[in-house]
Ligand binder design. Structure first.
Ligand SMILES: Cc1cc2nc3c(=O)[nH]c(=O)nc-3n(C[C@H](O)[C@H](O)[C@H](O)COP(=O)(O)OP(=O)(O)OC[C@H]3O[C@@H](n4cnc5c(N)ncnc54)[C@H](O)[C@@H]3O)c2cc1C
Length: 581
């Protein structure tokens, strides 16, 4: 496996790998990483689909990519995905997957056309004082000290950030800035999370710094990502003959060691309470999704708070990783990530309006018709003065294909579920859907005497507790995450958010697809390059633009003498072009 960029490798078609007709593949987990693995095996590895089996603990594909109508309760999705044009591996995959709705189009075509016709941007990024404009005004408000901290972090080597927290490297000035408000609510970072991850995010998305305040950097799918991404992929795989085995919890993958070589020899599972498994030969490949951000997530409903249950039982993605990790030090250290759920928990809620009573309050903030079918909030709206640090968003409606006309689906989340609400005097984690709806209506600016009635009758709200949702942001060091294919392993790979790959950022759909692509290309020796992470961190134009933007447009402080010398060079030209001097 090697990385590449540019059109030559992007459009090249690999020849059939030598092992393609001999291998049998087992994939643990039908989340995006597992689905993408199956797709790369079929498309690029040219492995016949009927030689691929996906073992899934739940009854559905998609994993974290959910989005479904619960007939008795309402619509629900644990999250929504902010996406961008430089999800290189993801778009490389979805260019080949037919859209379910647009004839003769791929999922990429459908997404591209949608976002061309209806580009995303926000008209009110934050509110305060019950629905008034929070006046973020596109500014970052970084003091000189905060700018210095941020620049220093950007330039720090990975190894100097091992096991460090964000608040150990970024001072109070930075943490009080508008930049941090945008950043932490958009990416769900907390002050105690990994400084290394923060740096990787800064580098990975440096080309988007200018589009951060109004979300013009972002793109969204038509519906929730279960319907817009997972379902088309599942159909394409099923048509190719891939077999999905549901309600099957994999409990172990056993490895045999021979010298430096490590070979997976057996997969064990439980199916309907019965133990089962399969022995593996050298041409049997196994791809394991390790850990999961949605493990132990639990739904409440309009009248019931969700249960917080972080206990890790057999068959859980974390237990599986722990069992595998015990067999070799290169298989990672799951407890670094799943060991402190109190620091990786937050809660979201899906609220659906049942009539038109709440819509005018929404419209006052997003400044668009929520039911036009086009961009609505254009990304999250953060309630700056919310003690839960609540943000909410309305994507293009309908957000669920089966959603009745005239209703709007709203996604709400709070970064601090342990804080007491501003209207509902309870912790978010103890609230029913109705109480979360009341808190949200309060912050929308709904008159106090209407809040209770509207929360009870005009909406249905389903809360979801996720004890491990930011587990991958826990401070870490080299070796905590195993390589996609650890050294010496001959027939197995780790995929998903906890496998190690260079320069990319976790908490993204791209990361899951990237690890899948790297896994297949390594084990089958596919002769085509895996697209490298978009190299904006090494593009001087992106860096100049980001530097100026992070100073809210103020020119760079370059001494006159140096500037005169630079003016005679291409660097000087660039500094002028991007209004840095
Ligand atoms: C609230 C939220 C917001 C998000 N926002 C964004 C965003 O803005 N942009 C973005 O790009 N991404 C976002 N993501 C991240 C993205 O959705 C995930 O990173 C990605 O979908 C993870 O896919 P995965 O396949 O790696 O893992 P998962 O989705 O966790 O899938 C793992 C699968 O494996 C199965 N499994 C686990 N253990 C076993 C076992 N022992 N036996 C059998 N099966 C097992 C599980 O049931 C599951 O189906 C968000 C996610 C959430 C939850």
């Amino acid at each position: 496996m090697y990385y590449s960029n540019g059109n030559y490798e992007a459009f090249a078609r690999p020849r059939k790998p030598e092992r393609a007709d001999r291998v049998t593949a087992y994939i643990v987990g039908a989340g995006l990483a597992g689905l993408a693995t199956a797709a790369f095996l079929v498309r690029d590895g040219q492995v016949p689909g009927d030689r691929i089996t996906v073992l899934e603990a739940s009854g559905l594909t998609g994993g974290a990519l959910d989005g479904i109508a619960d007939p008795s309760k309402g619509f629900k999705a644990r999250g929504g995905r902010e996406m961008e044009d430089h999800f290189e591996c993801l778009w490389d995959l979805f260019r080949s997957i037919p859209s379910l709705e647009v004839p003769d189009a791929s999922v990429l075509d459908e997404f591209y056309w949608l976002n061309k016709d209806d580009p995303n941007f926000s008209l009110m990024r934050s509110t305060t004082d019950r629905g008034k404009d929070g006046h973020a005004d596109g500014k970052f408000r970084l003091t000189k000290k905060a700018q210095k901290d941020l620049t220093k972090l950007f330039l720090t080597r990975d190894e100097d950030l091992y096991d460090k927290r964000i608040d150990e490297v970024l001072g109070r000035d930075f943490l009080d800035s508008t930049f941090w408000m945008y950043w932490r609510t958009m990416f769900a970072f907390e002050e105690w999370h990994s400084a290394l991850e923060m740096k990787l995010y800064l580098q990975r998305f440096v080309h988007h710094i200018g589009g951060l305040p109004d979300f013009s950097a972002l793109k969204f799918t038509k519906y929730n990502q279960y319907e817009s991404l997972a379902l088309p992929l599942q159909k394409w795989l099923t048509d190719a003959g891939v077999r999905f085995v549901y309600d099957t919890e994999v409990t172990n993958v056993t490895f045999a060691h021979a010298g430096a070589k490590k070979t997976a020899t057996r997969i064990d599972w439980r199916q309907g309470g019965e133990a089962g498994g399969v022995d593996l030969g050298p041409d049997d490949l196994v791809f394991v999704t390790i850990g999961s951000l949605v493990a132990n997530s639990s739904w409440g409903d309009h009248h019931t708070a969700p249960v917080y249950d972080p206990e890790l039982r057999e068959g859980n993605p974390w237990t599986l990783w722990r069992t595998i990790a015990r067999q070799d030090p290169s298989f990672g250290r799951p407890d670094v990530f799943c060991g402190s759920p109190a620091e990786s928990t937050w809660e979201s809620a899906t609220l659906t309006t049942l009539d038109d009573q709440v819509l005018p309050y929404i419209e006052r903030i997003c400044q668009r018709d929520p039911l036009s079918g086009r961009v609505v909030t254009g990304g999250i709206v953060t309630v700056q003065d919310s003690s839960w640090l609540m943000s909410w968003t309305i994507n293009r409606q309908p957000h669920f294909a089966a959603q009745p006309a005239g209703t709007a689906a709203v996604w709400i989340y709070g970064l601090f579920p342990d804080a007491t609400g501003d209207y509902v005097k309870k912790k978010m984690r103890d609230c029913t859907g109705e109480e979360i709806a009341a808190e949200w209506l309060y912050h929308l600016g709904v008159p106090l005497d209407r809040i209770e009635t509207l929360a009870r009758d005009a909406v249905v709200c389903l809360p979801c507790m996720m004890p491990y949702v930011t587990s991958f942001f826990m401070p870490r060091k080299a070796g905590d995450r195993p390589d996609v294919v650890p050294a010496g392993v001959t027939n197995a790979a780790f995929i998903g958010q906890f496998a190690e790959t260079v320069r990319d950022c976790i908490f993204t759909t791209e990361y899951s697809v990237r690890t899948a692509m790297e896994a297949v290309y390594t084990l089958l020796d596919v002769e085509r390059g895996v697209p490298e992470v978009f190299a904006s961190a090494y593009d001087v134009r992106s860096l100049i633009k980001a530097a100026v933007r992070s100073r809210d447009g103020e020119k760079l402080p370059i001494p006159k003498l140096v500037q005169r010398k630079l003016d005679k060079t291409v660097v000087g030209e660039l500094l002028h072009r991007y209004e840095a001097v």
